[in-house]
Design a protein around this ligand. Structure first.
Ligand SMILES: NC(=O)c1ccc[n+]([C@@H]2O[C@H](COP(=O)([O-])OP(=O)(O)OC[C@H]3O[C@@H](n4cnc5c(N)ncnc54)[C@H](OP(=O)(O)O)[C@@H]3O)[C@@H](O)[C@H]2O)c1
Length: 378
């Protein structure tokens, strides 16, 4: 593929995009041809890189961007509002695409509308390459590697984290919460469009709030279980019957009650336009937690996997999940697609199926830990 760039980053003028550009500047190997893209040249000059004009409302610029590079990484969200033109352009141009969406509606719509075209051109379309959903997608794959082959497998992911959202993340979350009907329709359309394996099944597992490993486990209805289950459908290694349960792990019951009530209140408010507008004014796009706040943020996901008479407990952990580690994960995903020897994949796929151990090795070198805590036969 003869392209001017290896990697182009769209959204570098935003909060997460700027951190991703800084990461690339510090860690891209010598000789990597990379550029920043956006609609406002003066905001991009600070990076001292080549600049590509790109406005998601201008289809000609989207096409030129997709044709200029092997890999595009984008931090322009809410993706359900701004994301599709670039996915469409990359699917047409056979360009690898990575983003930071955590919006299931967007994921499913893009599958229905662009998966087939991307499969024809060889484009790898990989959503959720940040804290949503890399720790879970690669963490579950790592856990499955420790379990016997060709047996039913069940994995629970137990998340603990501390951090603050950026304005962009907050706006995206409120937008997503305000669209339950569209989300459901997108899920239904995806279900009808995606061919399922004949002899295997891989699905999210939804349990009620319960206790395990000394924690209260609260089901998290995020994009992550859907990404992990899709990896399970794409990869035979996950066995004939794979289930993944995704939970927030909390120590104290009052915190559980507070969190459930808080999310309920946010969801209710997001449905009512005037309340939604008040919420959206609370945090402005473009801003996010300070470097000092980010330095105190952290995440830890414990995976409990069972299958074929074995139980394995693993852990993925790192620092500030939303921004420092997300910028690292997005940048390393783009570098991995541009530079590493990878399995042949095309169409909408996942980090586990398209990059798997190659991306995991990169993240480990970059300071994110993947550890095996115990392996027991039962
Ligand atoms: N899932 C995760 O793990 C995770 C973590 C972090 C962030 N995110 C997601 O990443 C997204 C970005 O968050 P953020 O806090 O970085 O947001 P932000 O600071 O508001 O940045 C948004 C970026 O989008 C650009 N943009 C807006 N409209 C555009 C257009 N028409 N054409 C081209 N560029 C346009 C902005 O450019 P201008 O400067 O020109 O306005 C800016 O660079 C959000 O959707 C958030 O949810 C996800």
């Amino acid at each position: 593929m003869s392209r001017r760039y290896d990697v182009v980053l769209l959204g570098a003028s935003g909060f997460t995009g700027a951190l991703t550009a800084e990461y690339l500047r510090a860690h891209a190997p010598d000789g990597l041809r990379w550029a920043v893209a956006g609609r406002n040249k003066s905001k991009l000059e600070q990076f001292g890189q080549d600049m590509v004009y790109a406005d998601v409302t201008d289809p000609v610029s989207m096409r030129a961007l997709a044709e200029s590079t092997k890999v595009v990484a984008t931090t322009v969200g809410p993706y359900v509002e701004y994301g599709e033109p670039l996915v469409a352009a990359c699917a047409d141009a056979g360009t690898a695409y990575v983003d930071l969406t955590g919006e299931p509606e967007f994921l499913h719509r893009m599958y229905v509308r662009h998966h087939e075209r991307a499969t024809q051109t060889g484009a790898r379309i990989i959503h959720a390459c940040g804290f949503d959903s890399i720790p879970y997608d690669l963490g579950v794959q790592y856990t499955v590697e420790h379990l016997p082959r060709n047996v039913p497998i069940e994995v629970d992911g137990l998340l603990r984290a501390g951090g603050r959202p950026s304005g962009g993340t907050f706006h995206t979350a409120i937008t997503a919460l305000s669209r339950p009907r569209q989300n459901l329709e997108a899920h239904r359309d995806r279900y009808a469009a995606e061919p399922r394996p004949q002899d295997r099944s891989a699905r999210p597992l939804v349990k009620k709030i319960h206790r395990q490993q000394g924690f209260w486990l609260v089901p998290l209805p995020t994009i992550d279980p859907q990404i992990v289950a899709y990896s399970g459908r794409l990869l035979d290694r996950y066995g004939p019957d794979f289930r993944y349960g995704h939970y927030a792990a909390m120590k104290h019951l009052p915190a559980v009650v507070g969190a459930v009530a808080g999310v309920g209140l946010l969801m209710g408010s997001a449905q009512i336009r005037p309340l939604r507008n008040v919420l959206l004014r609370l945090l402005k796009p473009g801003a996010g937690p300070s470097a000092e706040r980010r330095a105190r943020s952290w995440f830890n996901v414990r995976f409990v996997g069972r299958g074929g008479g074995r139980q394995v407990i693993t852990e993925v952990a790192g620092r500030d999940p939303g921004y420092e580690e997300t910028a690292k994960m997005l940048a390393e995903s783009a570098l991995c697609l541009a530079l590493d020897e990878l399995p042949e994949t095309a169409g909408q796929t996942t980090t586990a199926a398209a990059m798997g151990p190659a991306l995991r090795d990169r993240l480990v070198k970059a300071g994110i830990t993947f550890a095996t805590l115990s392996v027991d036969e039962y």
